[in-house]
Ligand binder design. Structure first.
Ligand code: SF4
Length: 321
């Protein structure tokens, strides 16, 4: 059984002048323990809305989110009862996610289960800080005394304190410099191997997701339009949006070629095109695309496109990006 199951989930917002906006529309995915699932797509595709709903920070309008087959409770309820700590979130901005007035140790200790002696809690905080590569004296210091990369390590230690089964990492390296980004990514990969925690890794950086994710899910305008083993999605993309994202990356080959910018922008979620959502930007759209495309299963992968089955394998971008 998967640690995290998102089953046909929808997230809606009420917005003045725009009515009800469906930011996530019927998304299903699974994250197993010891697995990294990368969720990619442009800004405005609904990635963060999905992350917040999965973490219980936003209500799920329909569908369900399950941990080990049991529904995830809203965050407020979890905080009040101390239950459902099996799912924790790492946010994009480590400057905002830590309290500047409290010591690092006290914030990491917040996530520890109740009922442990102060000596045990102290030892646990030291172990967690060591696990994420922080110096031994970090517990008594304050967040502002550390760099952005170190603060993200502290945030990860705090998220690991309740021994979660799944981490939701929402753009966890976007606010960091390049060297800190690489260090935090390496840390997450090693934690997955060491603790067998599952990670839903949300990023606009397809190249990064290609490096670390076992499964890649591509999101467009509230829907997952392609998902499967990362090697398969990258090596033989079946959805024109996935292909366009890949083509927009710089390619380093013997015959380098300029990236091909993705044309147009993600439409407002209040004005979803009829039929295929990607149709106004799709270079191979057909008349039939005014109707909702089917979800085509391709071995362990899926794609939501009328052309998914006939997408040419011999056209795949097999070279390095
Ligand atoms: Fe393009 Fe049609 Fe496929 Fe949509 S269904 S991605 S418009 S070919």
């Amino acid at each position: 059984m998967s640690a995290l199951t998102v089953d046909d989930a929808a997230v809606e917002y009420s917005s003045r002048g725009r009515g009800t906006v469906r930011a996530v529309d019927g998304v299903s995915l699974e994250v197993a323990r010891g697995q990294i699932v990368g969720l990619v797509g442009e800004s405005g595709c609904g990635k963060s809305s999905l992350a917040r709903a999965v973490a219980g920070l936003e209500p799920v309008a329909s569908g369900q989110v399950l941990i080990d087959g049991r529904p995830v409770s809203p965050l407020g309820w979890r905080r009040r009862t101390g239950q459902d700590v099996r799912l924790q979130m790492v946010f994009q901005n480590p400057y905002a996610s830590l309290n500047p007035r409290r010591t690092v140790g006290s914030q990491v200790a917040d996530g520890l289960p109740e009922g442990r002696s102060s000596a045990v809690r102290h030892a646990e905080v030291s172990r967690l800080l060591d696990l994420v590569g922080m110096p031994a004296d970090a517990a008594a210091r304050y967040p502002h005394q550390f760099s952005g990369g170190q603060r993200q390590r502290i945030a990860i230690a705090r998220a690991l304190a309740p021994e979660p089964e799944v981490l939701i990492a929402d753009e966890p390296v976007t606010a960091l410099d390049a060297s800190s980004q690489a260090q935090i990514v390496n840390l997450l990969v090693s934690l997955v191997a060491e603790l067998s925690v599952g990670v839903l890794f949300i990023s606009h950086d397809l190249a990064l997701v290609r490096e670390i994710a076992d499964i890649t899910a591509v999101m467009y305008l509230g829907r997952i339009v392609e998902m499967g083993p990362t090697q398969q999605v990258w090596g033989a993309p079946r959805h024109p949006y996935t292909r366009a994202l890949i083509d927009a990356l710089p390619r380093i080959t013997e015959a380098p070629r300029l990236p091909v910018p993705l044309r147009g922008e993600v439409p407002d979620a209040a004005h979803v095109p009829t039929g295929c959502r990607f149709r106004p930007r799709c270079p191979v759209a057909m008349d039939v695309c005014t109707e909702q495309p089917p979800i085509i299963t391709l071995g362990p992968a899926m794609a939501e496109c009328w052309l998914a089955e006939s997408a040419r394998d011999d056209d795949r971008p097999s070279d390095k990006h």
